[in-house]
Design a protein around this ligand. Structure first.
Ligand code: NAD
Ligand code: UGA
Length: 480
């Protein structure tokens, strides 16, 4: 059985970077080279000042500092790294297709296929190929077909090893994963040996009983299933949040009460302005597409509802700001605290903030954004990508500031879009004093202490808590 000495990872993004950093830290005898075609990204990973690495994750810079230059390397020399490696992780992006068949639903596997063709072209020795990217079930079949038709006699084993880390806690998740999942060709000796080689890498720090081996299709499908289940919980509690607002129930109390049922569990029950991130939506859409392609329309419709509910939650939050501000936000300054899709990351992909801002900009609001880790180019890039208005118009209507107090000064309302811890410790009295009155806070994360803010004088609207006092809540809903 092959002992792994050289690992190559194609894709130095949110998954490739942190995952390989941890493998390099925990396996000092293995050389790990992370390659990418994005030169700027690789240059940032190699920045002398380790605080400038391109991905913000608590604890990551210390690990990179320890391993970089020892057995962790970042490079744009893709061919070279592929050829030297015994094991190649493919960790490139698999976004939703924006063209052709499956547009808006299927995963775009263009980059995966390019990797496979490049590996096939340059490899001169046998290799284990590891699918680290999230892929539709049965992608390994396509990879195998590309790799096996090179005619140069090189042998490839394909494994599926989906990543379950969450951004913001990537290092914690990688150091102590609930499980590591490895799918492979369980029916052949070579397949089982390849799986064992990867088990041995993780066994440097993950207890053996937490390393699961399955057939390759189960592994691929488990990743989509895990994301669908997690996102489904958020949409489920968000659906309840709207009912809470109408009935006088408090979604935080409901979540606590149901979360204590050990069969339900307490995680992923936090009601919010809607889930974001690069994967939940893309993976569920992909699941819906796969189900439809097998003719399983009920299965597809079931999961699609998770997305429909999430879109509704984002729109509902924005619409509530407009209606509370006397049905118009035209020319009104609205401060956004947070732009990232969750705290402790600089990632903004599919962040609810983008869609809430877009809605308010359509209503001619003046939005001023402060986020502790997201740069202004990123924020404008996110808005420009939507294509709702010209880049000039986006820059005229939306401003980005480096100071939270600048964002809030002279504003009509503050909207909390990300649950950054620092927002809790602001001097909310001083902020109140420099806002227009009545001073409104829309807490999209149920982060702030509502009682405290109300005592200062704010009018607070949070998610899933009664919009009106309990007595006034609608007792008998109209049946329509
Ligand atoms: P990312 O966009 O941050 O990184 C992907 C990188 O791959 C980019 O830097 C890109 O330049 C590079 N790349 C693309 N094609 C290439 C090629 N042919 N050769 C070399 N480099 C190439 O994406 P990510 O967030 O790291 O996600 C990667 C995969 O992991 C996706 O399938 C995603 O669904 C999955 N995933 C992501 C997360 C997460 O938290 N972000 C968690 C689990 C799984
Ligand atoms: C998610 C999964 O949690 C990871 O296991 C998975 O590996 C990853 O997707 C992926 O495949 O990319 P991530 O998107 O990084 O991780 O972050 P989450 O913590 O899952 O949060 C996703 C979104 O849901 C965020 O916008 C978050 O604010 C929101 N959320 C989460 C809620 O609104 N309420 C909750 O209770 C939990």
């Amino acid at each position: 059985m092959k002992k792994i000495k050289n690992i190559c990872c194609i894709g130095a993004g949110y998954v490739g970077g942190p995952t390989m950093a941890v493998i390099a830290q925990k396996c000092p005898e293995i050389n790990v080279t992370v390659v990418d075609i994005n030169e700027a990204r690789i240059a940032a990973w190699n920045d002398e000042n380790v605080e400038n690495i391109p991905i913000y994750e608590p604890g990551l810079s210390a690990i990179v500092k320890e391993a970089r230059g020892r057995n962790l390397f970042f490079s744009t020399e893709v061919d070279d790294a592929i050829d030297k490696a015994d094991m190649i992780f493919i960790s490139v992006n698999t976004p939703t297709k924006t063209y052709g068949m499956g547009k808006g639903m299927a995963a775009d596997l263009k980059w995966i296929e390019l990797c496979a063709r490049q590996i096939a072209r340059v490899s001169t020795t046998n290799k284990i190929i590891v699918e680290k990217s999230t892929l539709p079930v049965r992608t390994a079949e396509a990879l195998k077909s590309i790799l096996e038709n090179t005619g140069n006699g090189v042998k490839f084993q394909i494994l599926s090893n989906p990543e379950f880390l969450a951004e913001g806690t990537a290092v914690e998740d990688l150091l102590a994963p609930d499980r590591v999942l490895i799918g492979g060709d369980v029916d052949t000796k070579e397949g089982r040996e390849a799986m064992q080689s990867l088990v041995d890498v993780y066994a440097h720090w993950v207890p053996k009983e937490n390393i699961l081996t399955t057939n390759v299709w189960s592994s691929e499908l488990s990743k989509l299933t895990a994301n669908a289940f997690l996102a489904q919980r958020v949409s489920s509690i968000n659906a309840m949040s709207e009912l809470c607002e109408k009935t006088g129930a408090d979604v935080n109390e409901v979540a606590r009460a149901i979360g204590m049922d050990s069969r339900i569990g307490s995680k992923f029950l936090k009601s919010s302005v809607g889930f974001g991130g690069s994967c939940f939506q893309k993976d569920i859409l992909n699941l819906v597409y796969i189900a439809k392609s097998y003719g399983l329309n009920e299965v597809a419709d079931y999961w699609e509802q998770v997305i429909i509910m999430n879109d509704h939650q984002k729109r509902r939050f924005a619409a509530n700001i407009v209606s509370t501000l006397y049905n118009t936000v035209s020319g009104k300054k609205i401060a956004f605290l947070g732009w990232a899709f969750k705290k402790d990351t600089n990632d903004t992909r599919e962040s609810a903030a983008i869609y809430v801002a877009d809605y308010l900009l359509n209503e001619q609001a003046e939005v001023v954004v402060y986020d502790p880790k997201v740069k202004s180019e990123q924020i404008y890039g996110d808005l420009d990508y939507l294509g709702s208005r010209s880049p000039e118009e986006n820059r005229r209507l939306l401003k980005v500031v480096n100071e939270p107090y600048d964002a809030c000064k002279d504003s009509h309302a503050i909207a909390v879009l990300t649950e950054w811890d620092e927002f809790k410790s602001y001097d909310w009295k001083s902020i109140y004093d420099c806002m227009l009155k009545p001073a409104f806070v829309f807490d999209g994360r149920n982060l702030l202490d509502v009682k405290k803010l109300e005592n200062i004088g704010y009018t607070v609207s949070s998610i899933g808590t009664p919009a009106v006092s309990k007595e006034e809540a609608v007792k008998e809903p109209a049946l329509v």
